[in-house]
Design a binder for this molecule. Structure first.
Ligand code: GBP
Ligand code: ZN
Length: 258
């Protein structure tokens, strides 16, 4: 499978997932439909489906327009999230297939929004899997808790997503990596992996390149919100449990002005 980045708006990413054997494609959060259809044409692929992570306009706001451009396209979205243009509602565990080789598993990852879905994508050619995490998991960060609780974000990040194979590539909804890593250093000033990744990310951005994808393994090493099971991290923020710590770290991030 081939995965293309499509930068949109200020700092959003859409992604195109292509089955090269059938030239069929899916697109994640196509907020700028004309850009997406141009990328499809340039790559000679047919757009078959839209995978919507959540209902916010900067993710789902292009769905109706894309349906006008590609009338037969299927639009997937979480069953409890009221996604624009949704034709096929999905729930945790639902499976979708693309082309001849690609399987997509829907994972319910609520808290940023109630019906937020992450899409776990595997292929039969043995490429490393990929997960499209929208605004639940960012590189070194997570989404604001708009429609859920710390318990839910803990479950979404530290149980559902953390259980995926470590080499799984992580494709998130926004380019927030540099700020997130700067904040991560305020939680764990002595974490050398965070420091190294910050300098790597700053170079990438200076060259105008994305810092996405990461991997589940890298997130477990550098993302403060995915590290709350570690008693040392709990201690750093004065908490005695993982859920307490994720709540506290989110509150600090909301108030942080980097
Ligand atoms: C920044 O850091 O760049 N501009 C600031 C923060 C996701 S987008 C922007 C912000 O709040 N981003 C949201 C978030 O979760 N950030 C995590 C963090 O700051 O750590 N959105 O566009 C946001 O979800 C939106 C759209 C929100 C519609 C509510 C509605 Br309704
Ligand atoms: Zn959002």
């Amino acid at each position: 499978m081939k995965i293309l980045h499509i930068p949109c708006l200020e700092d959003n990413y859409s992604y195109m997932i292509i089955d090269e054997s059938t030239k069929e494609a899916a697109v994640v959060d196509p907020v700028e439909p004309h850009k997406v259809s141009r990328v499809a044409q340039e790559n000679g692929v047919d757009l078959k489906l839209v995978l919507t992570t959540h209902h916010h306009w900067d993710h789902a706001g292009g769905n109706d327009k894309l349906k006008q451009l590609v009338p037969e396209i299927k639009v997937y979205g979480g069953s409890t999230d009221n996604v624009q243009g949704c034709t096929d509602k999905v729930e945790n565990g639902d499976k979708i297939s693309l082309g001849a080789n690609i399987n997509i598993l829907s994972l319910h990852t609520p808290c940023h929004t109630k019906g937020h879905i992450s899409y776990y994508v595997t292929d039969k050619e043995g490429d490393e899997p990929a997960v499209f995490t929208g605004d639940t998991l960012f590189i070194a960060g997570c989404g604001k808790f708009f429609e859920g609780t710390a318990e839910q974000m803990y479950q979404s990040l530290c149980v559902t997503l953390a259980s995926l194979p470590k080499p799984t590539r992580v494709y998130c909804g926004h380019e927030y990596t540099v700020k997130n890593l700067q904040f991560a250093l305020t939680v764990e000033p002595d974490n050398a992996k965070i420091e190294q990744k910050l300098s790597w990310a700053q170079h990438k951005r200076k060259d105008g390149l994305p810092t996405v994808p990461s991997t589940i393994e890298e997130e477990l090493e550098t993302n403060p919100f995915m590290r709350v099971d570690n008693p040392e991290v709990q201690g750093k923020v004065g908490c005695k449990s993982a859920v307490e710590a994720i709540r506290e770290i989110r509150q600090r991030k909301d108030n942080w002005r980097g």
